[in-house]
Design a binder for this molecule. Sequence first.
Ligand code: ADP
Ligand code: MG
Length: 346
Amino acid sequence: MEALSLNKDFRLRHGGGVVHAVKNVSFGLYASAVVALVGESGSGKSTVAKCLAGQERLSSGSVRLRNEPVKLATRRAFRRYKREVQYVFQDPFASLNPVHTVQYTLAQPVKLHQGRRSRAEVRSAVIDLLEQVHLTPGEQFLAKYPHELSGGQRQRVSFARALAARPTVLLADEPVSMLDVSIRLDMLNLLSELCQSLHLALLYITHDIASARYFADEVLVMYAGEVVERGPAEVLTQQPAHPYTQLLMACSPDPNNLGSTLRRGADRARHDAEPRSNGDVTGCLFSPRCPFADERCREEHPLPTTLSPARVASCWRLGPAPANLSASPGTARPDASVDHRHTRTT
Ligand code: ADP
Ligand code: MG
């Protein structure tokens, strides 16, 4: 699946202006690979997923699946598309109907998408799905209601329901955020395993960059609707180039990333996280929170700079990783060394 220059604007009511929820976002999802979309709440991650899932209409841009433009003009086309592109969201409590058993919840998509008819066939397909998400033995879960399951088990049932459609693309929107820390890793391992065994193209949405590092192939960092940095997960998280990525790393629970400058930035940032109209901003959107911002950052929108193949960041003050930083907020960065004139992308 390819997302090409996605844009999504929301008009705020009562003359509140426009929120550019997603701005010029492009990326590709490939079979058996995980792309992580990382950013704080309000950065536009869910809107990207909803645009890909056909739940939000794009303001501009396009989505392609297997090299064909996605057109959802008819109900039939939409149904076919929804089958291939499954969207699983954060809250396993809200996503399952409390009055239906697991058997019922999973039997519906099995009948609809797999064309199974007889009771025995449906039952055995449902059990297979349960075992695929490690709810074993599957029989034991058939008669259970959502309230009889733990959060993790509920999320597994949500995955099983998505898999019932035999999708090629899975959009997992903060799938572990509401779960207990102790079971998040299990859940990510399960997702990773499913991605490989079913050749899923997986979009993993999270505000936790440490988890993206753990299991994504490529990471896209979003801030205020824009992708501010992207690259292979390992390099990007080892040497975050954009100050916002550095901030995320500094706030993540990795003991190797305790940049004190950025921590102070993070404390300031916490007071400034409310989404609001961003229709008339000209400079870098991160500049009000950036410890390195100067005049240019506040006035000119940064252009994407290619740092290495597949590694791009949009910042006027790119420099090496935070380990080398000693500047305090508001002072110049001593080692901003990238020459934008030569490395700018088109
Ligand atoms: P995230 O998933 O990263 O938390 P969202 O995609 O939910 O972010 O939201 C991105 C921005 O778009 C936010 O500022 C949010 O307030 C705004 N937004 C999302 N959905 C709507 C909507 N239906 N109407 C108006 N604004 C919206
Ligand atoms: Mg969201």
